[in-house]
Design a protein around this ligand. Structure first.
Ligand SMILES: C[S@@+](CC[C@H](N)C(=O)[O-])C[C@H]1O[C@@H](n2cnc3c(N)ncnc32)[C@H](O)[C@@H]1O
Length: 230
């Protein structure tokens, strides 16, 4: 079976032989691929919402994988028991939602060996949280699919040496490996900051001014990185 580019990139980070839990699985495309290809012996696929939960169950059933992919309905990591999955995938959700889901289940996370995360926004906040919570960024990559640019973070338990906190904003592994899509990723970040700045201009609170300064500083640093790149 074929998988689109973004999910395929995520699949390449799943170590063969591990049990994966795909949280917010929607149509269960990723776990079906991983199990059908024999990369994972079994998987757990979870969904918060009834519609996607039903779609996932139907898709798994149609592939004849009911015995190998357990589809469960529930919020975040709640449907998982500690130790059930060594790898957790959270893809297609906002970075802050991913952070909240992870933070809500420390007992499940304690037994997890790898997180594969694909935040739609706020990747910087998510990296910062991971590092503060004892995860190191093993790898990061960028993928373009249908004109959209996606970032994928791979984290394992460990200590991340942070030489410059700003790097967590833009992706330390992306910078190190000079990922060819980094300039496009940074331009996208700049556009996001620009939008936040515009909204802040209308507020006169001291906190908004402080935030605007912080963002302007980050934008200047991104410009520097982009200049170095050329
Ligand atoms: C945009 S889809 C992404 C689907 C798939 N992970 C992917 O990357 O293609 C997000 C899915 O997450 C589900 N979802 C949102 N919040 C959730 C939560 N707290 N726990 C489990 N699933 C959730 C939604 O119902 C939706 O099906």
């Amino acid at each position: 079976m074929r998988l689109a580019k973004r999910l395929k990139a995520i699949a390449t980070y799943v170590p063969p032989g591990t049990v994966v839990a795909d949280i917010g699985t929607d149509h269960a495309l990723l776990p079906i691929y991983l199990v059908a290809k024999g990369i994972c012996p079994k998987a757990v696929a979870t969904e918060l919402n009834a519609g996607p939960y039903r779609s996932a169950r139907t898709a798994v059933h149609l592939q004849g994988l009911d015995g190998k992919i357990d589809v469960r309905q529930g919020d975040g990591l709640r449907p998982l028991l500690p130790g059930e999955a060594q790898v957790i995938v959270l893809a297609g959700l906002g970075g802050n939602t991913i952070r909240q889901i992870l933070a809500a289940a420390p007992e499940v996370l304690a037994a997890v060996r790898r997180l594969i995360l694909q935040p739609m926004v706020d990747a910087g906040d998510l990296r910062l949280w991971l590092v503060e919570e004892g995860w190191r960024l093993l790898d990061e990559t960028l993928v373009v699919e249908d004109g959209h640019l996606y970032v994928i973070l791979v984290a394992e338990p460990g200590r991340e040496k942070v030489s410059d906190p700003f790097l967590l904003e833009i992706g330390p592994r992306l910078v190190e490996k000079k990922h060819p899509l980094l300039p496009a990723y940074l331009s996208k970040l700049m556009a996001e900051y620009q939008r936040v700045l515009k909204a802040l201009v209308h507020s006169r609170s001291p906190r908004a001014e402080e935030k605007a300064l912080e963002i302007s500083d980050k934008m200047a640093r991104i410009q520097e990185v982009l200049k170095e790149w050329q």
